[in-house]
Design a binder for this molecule. Structure first.
Ligand code: SAH
Length: 239
């Protein structure tokens, strides 16, 4: 069944108005008709089965029928990733959403090449990935922030899996006894971390420096590998 993210309220008999693009997708691509059902979520009210109630020039009108899944969130893990080349960043956002991250923070490190990001494009990618993967929330994506600032304002109790391309404890072993609690996974830019950044990160009490093996991975691959290991060791894969 088609799954759509919308911004309006979802409740019994509430009229839901998808965007014009979504309306076109429903009627022209998926060829849905009045009375047909689809699944809708808004990040707050869980997942609802809705039916197409009306088809107007300015878009279709959906009506909420029944809640099929209550609102929920995945484990509390954030992806902190340096702004990297557009295609790699977009890929990382899509895959991190599929892998269940709660939030994505874009980071500017000393060797980050560009700070220009189309936030609207990344949000759209996260929404599409959430629609397709069956989750009922969409990760929030934060505008780029300097790594030093991020560390200065670090949230008490959150642990940091620092993916260090120069080596560290093998990630699987490092996470084995990690226990529950909020985490973040940090991935550097194409040029890696500077020695100064590495020293600071390693000296922080909440940081675990990990290796993702003997091969240097691209940032997007590293993000997927790290989140996979985190989910398997600490996350919700056993639920
Ligand atoms: N230019 C750097 C590589 C950067 S790769 C070099 O040649 O050394 C981009 C990011 O992916 C790194 O900063 C790190 O966070 C992560 N990464 C890549 N390979 C890794 C590995 N084998 N272990 C841990 N992290 C890795």
């Amino acid at each position: 069944m088609v799954r759509l993210f919308v911004t309006g309220e979802l409740s019994p008999d509430a009229a839901v108005l998808p965007t014009l693009d979504q309306s076109r997708y429903l009627t022209q691509v998926m060829r849905l008709k009045i009375g047909d059902s689809l699944l809708v979520f808004n990040g707050v009210d869980g997942e609802w089965r809705c039916v197409i109630a009306e088809m107007l020039k300015k878009g279709v009108v959906l009506r909420g029928e029944e809640q099929v899944q209550p609102q929920s969130t995945g484990p509390d893990v954030e992806l902190l990733i340096s702004v990297v080349k557009k295609s790699a960043l977009e890929f990382a956002v899509e895959k991190a959403t599929e892998l269940g991250v709660r939030r994505i923070r874009l980071v500017v490190t000393q060797r980050t090449q560009t700070q220009h990001v189309r936030m609207d494009r990344l949000d759209a990618i996260a929404i599409e990935a959430a629609e397709q993967t069956g989750r009922v929330d969409v990760p929030m994506i934060d505008e780029p922030v300097k790594l030093a600032e991020l560390l200065d304002g670090w949230e008490t109790g959150r642990r940091l899996m620092f993916c260090d391309e120069t080596g560290g404890e093998p990630a699987g072993a490092a996470l084995q006894d990690a226990g529950e609690g909020p985490w973040a996974v940090l991935i550097g830019p194409e040029g890696g971390f500077s020695p100064e950044e590495r020293d600071r990160l390693r000296a922080l009490p909440f940081t675990t420096a990990v290796s993702l093996g003997p091969r240097i991975l691209r940032a997007d691959t590293a993000a997927i590998a790290a989140l996979t290991l985190w989910q398997a060791a600490v996350g919700d894969w056993d639920r």
